[in-house]
Design a protein. Structure first.
Length: 192
């Protein structure tokens, strides 16, 4: 009752190599005996197959778009977290697919945060209301919180929250030298 993509099929029929499976699938789609089996290409080029006996093309298309949108979102967040050590603002995700709407992004993010498959994807909301994502596989949760505070672009807030956090967690006073690191982007005169 849901489409299956080429890689998922390949995993199911492990004794067949990629090229053989491609030939078999092309034959199935073209052969009249299997005229209910259709292929569908997602916006990112992933090929899916479905049976019209159980799923119409519109429903298959919606499922595929949602699923591939989730995968693209997760891949972008994981890559940005891993290679740039930055949070991903959800506004950056608008360019992930052609004609993607804010409601589609919101729905995909809701599915991602509920999915066992994507447990590493975490969502944070800044004091400004901006929403950010990161992968806990590539970034510590505490570091993500620090970056979130910095995103507020309010040095007083950042410093106060860091002091509170260090006092609560460790408990210890916070050395002012910490805020001289480039990460915080606090002008030395303002810091003084």
């Amino acid at each position: 009752e849901q489409p299956i993509n080429f890689d998922e099929l390949l995993a199911v029929v492990a004794e067949i190599n990629k090229e053989e499976l491609q030939v078999i699938l092309e034959g199935i789609v073209e052969e009249e005996t299997f005229n209910d089996v259709k292929s569908f290409i997602a916006f990112n080029g992933t090929v899916y197959y479905f049976s019209e006996n159980f799923l119409n093309e519109e429903a298959a298309g919606k499922f595929i778009r949602s699923r591939e949108l989730q995968r693209e979102l997760v891949n972008k967040v994981r890559e940005q977290t891993k290679f740039t050590a930055k949070l991903t603002n959800i506004d950056q995700l608008q360019t992930i697919a052609p004609d993607v709407t804010a409601s589609e992004i919101e729905a995909a993010l809701g599915d991602v945060t509920k999915s066992d498959e994507y447990q590493d994807i975490k969502l944070l909301t800044a004091k400004t209301g901006a929403v950010y994502l990161y992968s806990s596989d590539h970034m510590a949760n505490n570091y993500a919180k620090i970056l979130l505070r910095i995103e507020a672009k309010d040095p007083c807030y950042t410093i106060a929250e860091m002091v509170r956090e260090e006092s609560r967690v460790y408990p210890r006073p916070t050395n002012i030298e910490l805020f001289k690191y480039e990460l915080f982007s606090i002008d030395q005169n303002k810091l003084d």
